[in-house]
Structures are given as structure tokens and as C-alpha cells.
Design a protein around this ligand. Sequence first.
Ligand code: NAP
Ligand code: ZN
Ligand code: ZN
Length: 347
Amino acid sequence: MPTTQAFGTTSATAPVASLTIERRDPRPHDVQIEILYCGICHSDLHTARGEWPGTVYPCVPGHEIVGRITAVGDHVKKFKVGDIAGVGCLVDSCRECDNCKEGLEQFCSQGGTFTYNSADKISGGHTFGGYSKSIVVPEDFALHISDKLPLDAVAPLLCAGITTYSPLRHWKVGKGTRVGVLGLGGLGHMGVKLAVAMGAEVTMLSHSPSKEQDAKRLGAHRFVLTSDAEQVKTVSGYFDFILDTVSAEHDYNFYLGLLRVNGVMVCVGVPPQPITVPALNLIFGRKSVAGSLIGGLPETQEMLDFCAEHNIVSDIELIKPDQINEAYERMLKGDVRYRFVIDFKSE
Ligand code: NAP
Ligand code: ZN
Ligand code: ZN
């Protein structure tokens, strides 16, 4: 089997370092992609450091992939060699269950194959993600990328973009919806841009005073510093929809207090600690707490097309593979403006 250079960890405490991994030869419906750019998602860090249960080592993270097709299987129709393609968080699913048929492959009842740290039914091992020079995926799990947008800044759309787009669409956010986006990081900054493009009134809820100007530049109509009681009072009982992107432990009940009657708070951030919400905090005001997981393949393509039409990309800081550990430390401090993207092209 061909090998390729990758970057990953060998234990929860080991730094990200260069590794050699195997990639299969393309099967009839597979495409082989030379990876040009891969975004760094906070899920990569949670997984690499074993903060969630179930990390298998060696762990090669990365699910915000943009690259060039270098080989195609005999039956591939969607792509040809030389095309640009994207790969997000999924690389396979059963395609036969009700959820797959509905285009909700992320909820495949057989268990979808995630881009990294997932059982790989083909190799018998586990999947390796986009912190690598190449990847092989079924053509159905590769996405078309518009040539109108800069490829490095498109990469984060493959996770941060779809993870925020999908709940905004599902809960029908649009003109007149009062949206609060909680946490201005990779997901949060995409949430602001997308909700604004959908016509919503958007407030950034952040614990970082230094991000106020950026929030406005990204399109937020207002900024509320969550540690300032006076500012928070102005949005008490205010929002129809809160998109919670925070990666660390925080008080969900505090933010439920900012919802108006029938309001919904959608959790996309996944702090390792469980949530505690007294029923009364939902009963008074008929409020909901919900969750949302990335998005299926059709919706991911729809999101990419929406971003091309509205000229939306991520705000990125391009790094080299040997800067991944430093990027993780900065991400933990909230010091990311607003997505690190690894440049494999310059290697
Ligand atoms: P990120 O870039 O690190 O952003 C997280 C943001 O949360 C920070 O920028 C910060 O914003 C806020 N924050 C961090 N620590 C905080 C604290 N102690 N108290 C309050 N706020 C804090 O991370 P990301 O890549 O956007 O990912 C966010 C979360 O979503 C992660 O848990 C990730 O695993 C999860 N995720 C879920 C899905 C899904 O499908 N559901 C997909 C991708 C990622 P401020 O400085 O503005 O407060
Ligand atoms: Zn992600
Ligand atoms: Zn399925």
C-alpha cells in the first residue's frame, strides 16, 4: 500500500509530530487527493489529547480538507484528475439507511465513517485525517469547490462552515430572527457570517473584550461581553436562537436566561464535561436545548455553493505543519483569528 507523510500524535500527551501512514490505492469509485490545505478544528485538539472518550493512536486529525485530485478510479464520474475537491468530517456511510437516503449521512444508523479516529471498514484499522499530504475517499464524499474563492480560506467551511450552517437552516433562521452566537472562534465567526447572510439580527456573545471590533467587522450587529452584567442585562429574554460554540465548560443556564419564550439554544460546542440544566429553566418560557452535528453531504455542497454566491470564506492564519502544536496552545487561549489552516502546498 502506498505511504504518505502525515502529522499526528502517538498518545494523549505526545505533541503532534511527523508520521508515515498508509493510504489505499483508489478503488473504482474512489478519488485520490493531494492535500493543499487543512483547517485546524478544536475537535482535532479534543481528540488528539484524548479529551473525549475513544481516541485511537496514532491519531492523525484534520477534517477541513481542500486539495487537488491526482487519481480517479475507473467508475468515477464526479471528478477528473486536476479538479479541486473538498473533504469534510465524513468519508463513508452505508448509503442505505433512512438517514443516509435523506442526506443525513452524519447520522447513518450503521455508523458513518468519520474522516479521522473512526473504524475504517475498508482497511480494518482506523481512519487518518487531513494533517497529511494525501487522502483517498469515495467520490460521493468529496465536494466541489468554487474557483471563485481562495482555497486556503475555503478549507474551514468543510467543518466550521457546515456545522454552523446546518442548524441555522434547520431552525429556519432568517430575516427578523434574533440570533446570539456564543463564542467567537472558528465556528463562531462562521456562525456570525452565515447568520448575517441569511438576514438575521446577530449579536456576538463573547468572553473576550478584545474581539468586539472583529465581531462588528465580521458583520455582527452588536457585541455583548458575557462577563459584564450590565451588558448582559440588555439581552435578557431577548434571543430566538442561540448558537453555542464554546469548547470549554460554561454555565448553560446563564445563556438559557437570554432566550425569549419558545427560544432554542443549539449546542454545537462539545466541552468534555456534561451539561446540567434544571427542568424549570426550560419549562418557564417553553425553551429548548438542542444539539447539531456537522451536516450531511448534500447540505455541505449547498453550504459551499451558498458561500460562493455570498462571497463568504473563513478568516484564517496560514501555518506550516511544524506549527500545529503552537496553534493548539493558542487555540486553547482563545487566541485564534479565526481559524488556523495548515499549508501543505508550501512543503
Ligand atoms: P475555537 O476556535 O477554539 O473557539 C471556541 C471559542 O469558545 C473561543 O474562541 C472562545 O470564544 C470560547 N471559549 C473558549 N473557552 C471559553 C471559556 N472558558 N468560557 C467561555 N468561552 C470560551 O473552537 P472551534 O473550532 O470553533 O470549536 C468549538 C467547539 O465546537 C469545540 O468543542 C469543537 O469540538 C466543537 N465542534 C462541534 C462540531 C459539531 O458537529 N457539533 C463540529 C466542529 C466543532 P470567546 O473568546 O469569544 O469567548
Ligand atoms: Zn471540526
Ligand atoms: Zn446509513
